[in-house]
Structure formats: structure tokens, C-alpha cells
Design a binder for this molecule. Structure first.
Ligand code: ADP
Ligand code: MG
Length: 361
């Protein structure tokens, strides 16, 4: 493990910003801290960096207790959303800065600095821009300079706080792929803060889902997406339809429709939460299995190869979001039914005994 975080608590006045955080960050992995605004991601990152100290708890770096170590002794590099590059310095000088300010005995020679900076600029594909000033770069290029600057001092840990948050969607997508590639090329452990689930799912090895100062779940992107440990994680990691269902005598009911027979672990309960992702919703022109929910189509929007369909259930007026492939949509349009039937290919039910079950209808 490269970073071991144990029992960290942090208050700002009476506000509890972090509550009993325990987390192991493996060597060489890219870990995302994912959560809504205010969930404590930046506070945790700053504590890892040594820019903020915890009220209690410990942080170990590579087997050594570093809780009271100064930032400059932690061998960390940072990239922030608005990492102010030195405006009056060229791209080259910005990247060289961390090496130039080293005490003389640790400072590389001019040739060594030039070699290292050019190598980094090559990695971030900005060799041709070495002599430009930051004002002559685009937002995406500036963040690449910030990254090269953070890497110049060869940190063991790279900390990134919403590094692409201020960029437009297309550049952000490009940079996140490129960050992944860069991370794989160099031997570094990276911790990446984001509130964007798609970004976290796409780039990271591990996702730490945070909410209100606590860790809700830690897992690979597949684990947190496919096996969310609670309703918060489920809802945060993508669009979801939430239905208020009830369980009666071994059957799951939505309004008057019996959707599914359940196993004995489900006790009778008046209220059960049923979570269904839009891509798990199937729309049919007839009620093929007798368990469909009668609905009407409100709107349909084409998004590349998929179609996002909004529906309303007839009985309860419940809004339902479906994400289906284009062929299914074209077929449905051809049949042009006045009402349709919605079925679920998969769903999760949150029952009162606090366990999740996944089933396919
Ligand atoms: P995130 O990065 O997930 O958006 P932060 O870690 O920045 O969240 O903040 C978590 C909570 O702690 C927020 O409610 C924020 O207002 C509060 N907070 C953060 N830093 C301070 C501070 N220096 N003083 C007071 N409150 C703070
Ligand atoms: Mg933040």
C-alpha cells in the first residue's frame, strides 16, 4: 500500500467535514474520490497532501507514519482546477520551476533540467510550445503544463483536484483519457477528485464514493456501478428510476401490478424501494408476460446509437426514463401502439433488512 488512512476526523468549527475515514490507496493505482459537492473530497485530498491536518487519525505514506510530516517532505505533486501557472514565465520555465527552487545540493544541472523538462513536455505533447507564455495556451494545454509541472519533481504521489472541471466537455474527455495513459507510463500513485461519475468510471482503477464526510463504498468501477452497496451509491452513479413498490406474500407489486415472485428473504413490507437503470427498461407494444406496466410515451430523443425515451405510467402517472437501442425504437415506431408496456430487465430492491438483492424479471 502506498497510502494508509486510518480513523481520520476533521471538523471546521462545529461542522463535521470528515467522519472516521479509513482507506488504503494501493501503489501505482489511480484512485478517484467521487462525491457530490461538499462531501469532503477536497478536505481529504488536502489532508493527504499535508496542507490540512486532521483532528484525529493517522496517515501513513509507504509504510511510514506521515501524519505530522510537512507537505514538502511527502513527495506529492498537485494539480488543481485553477492551477495558476506563473504568468510571466514560459511553459518551459513553469515546468522547470520545481527543480530550480531546490536547495543547491539537490538541484540538477542546467543540462539535466533541460533534458527533464523536454521529456515531460514531450509526454504531455507540448514540445512545440516550450517558449510560449500561459496566456498563449488553451485551457486544456494549461492543465497539461500544470501536470508536467507537478511531475517534474518526480513525486511518488500525484494529487489532482477536479483538474478538468473548468474545461469544456470535449476537451475534458480527451484529457481524462490522456491522464490515464500518462499515469500508466510513469510510476506514480494518483488520487483524483471529481464530482463527475462518468469521469471516475472511465479513468480510475478504484472509486471511493463519498457523501457527507463519509465513505459510502470503495470498489472498482464495475463493483460500484453493478453492486452499489446502498441507495445513495446507486443513485449517484448514473441515472436511475426509483419506484415505490411493496412486497406482499412473496410477490413484488408496483401499484396493482404484480411484477415478480421473490424468494423468502423478502418479508412482507408496505414500502420497498425499487431501483432500475434506464438501460434496464424494456418497452413493448404488447404485454408479453402479463407483468408489464402500462405506459404512454412522452418524448424520445436520439443519442447516437441509443434512444432516450421518457414515459409516464398510466395507472400512477409515474415518470419513467428508458434508454433503448435504435433498432428496438424503430420497431416500436413501426408498430405505433397507442399505449406501451414497460418491463424491467434487471432491478435492485432495497428491503428493510438492509440487504440488496439483484434480480432479473
Ligand atoms: P468537496 O471537495 O467534496 O466539495 P470540501 O472538502 O471542499 O468538499 O468541503 C466539505 C465541507 O467542509 C463543505 O461543507 C465545506 O463548506 C466545509 N469546509 C471545507 N473547508 C472549510 C474551511 N476551511 N472552513 C470551514 N468549512 C470548510
Ligand atoms: Mg472540492
Amino acid at each position: 500500500m502506498s497510502i494508509e488512512i486510518s480513523n481520520i476526523h476533521k471538523r471546521f468549527g462545529s461542522f463535521l467535514a470528515l467522519e472516521d475515514i479509513n482507506l488504503s490507496i494501493p501503489n501505482g493505482e489511480l484512485t478517484a474520490l467521487l462525491g457530490p459537492s461538499g462531501s469532503g473530497k477536497t478536505t481529504l485530498l488536502r489532508i493527504i497532501a499535508g496542507l490540512e491536518s486532521p483532528d484525529s487519525g493517522h496517515i501513513g505514506f509507504f509504510g511510514e507514519d506521515s501524519t505530522h510530516k510537512h507537505t514538502k517532505d511527502r513527495q506529492v505533486g498537485f494539480v488543481f482546477q485553477h492551477y495558476a501557472l506563473f504568468k510571466h514565465m514560459s511553459v518551459f520555465e513553469n515546468v522547470a520551476f520545481g527543480l530550480r527552487v531546490r536547495p543547491k545540493k539537490n538541484r540538477p544541472s542546467e543540462e539535466e533540467i533541460a533534458h527533464r523538462v523536454h521529456h515531460l513536455l514531450h509526454m504531455v505533447q507540448l514540445q512545440a510550445m516550450a517558449n510560449r507564455l500561459p496566456s498563449e495556451l488553451s485551457g486544456g494545454q494549461k492543465q497539461r503544463v500544470a501536470l508536467a509541472r507537478a511531475l517534474a519533481v518526480e513525486p511518488k504521489v500525484l494529487l489532482l483536484d477536479e483538474p478538468f472541471g473548468a474545461l469544456d466537455a470535449k476537451v475534458r474527455q480527451e484529457l481524462r483519457r490522456w491522464l490515464r495513459k500518462l499515469h500508466d507510463e510513469i510510476n506514480v500513485t494518483s488520487v483524483f477528485v471529481t464530482h463527475d461519475q462518468e469521469e471516475a468510471l472511465e479513468v480510475s482503477d478504484k472509486i471511493v464514493v463519498m457523501n457527507q464526510g463519509k465513505i459510502e463504498q470503495v470498489g472498482t468501477p464495475e463493483e460500484v456501478y453493478d453492486k452499489p452497496s446502498n441507495p445513495f451509491v446507486y443513485g449517484f452513479l448514473g441515472s436511475v428510476n426509483l419506484f415505490h413498490a411493496r412486497v406482499n406474500e412473496g410477490s413484488l407489486y408496483l401499484g396493482g401490478t404484480s411484477l415478480q415472485t421473490l424468494d423468502e428473504s423478502f418479508k412482507n413490507q408496505e414500502e420497498a424501494s425499487l431501483f432500475v437503470r434506464p438501460h434496464e427498461v424494456l418497452i413493448e407494444s404488447s404485454d408479453s408476460r402479463g407483468s408489464g406496466i402500462k405506459a404512454r410515451i412522452l418524448t424520445a430523443r436520439s443519442l447516437g446509437a441509443r434512444v432516450r425515451v421518457e414515459l409516464e405510467s398510466i395507472e400512477e402517472g409515474k415518470f419513467i426514463e428508458a434508454d433503448i437501442d435504435k433498432e428496438s425504437w424503430n420497431q416500436l415506431k413501426k408498430e405505433n401502439p397507442s399505449t406501451v408496456f414497460v418491463r424491467f430487465l434487471g432491478a435492485k430492491i432495497y428491503s428493510q433488512n438492509d440487504t440488496w438483492s439483484h434480480y432479473v424479471i
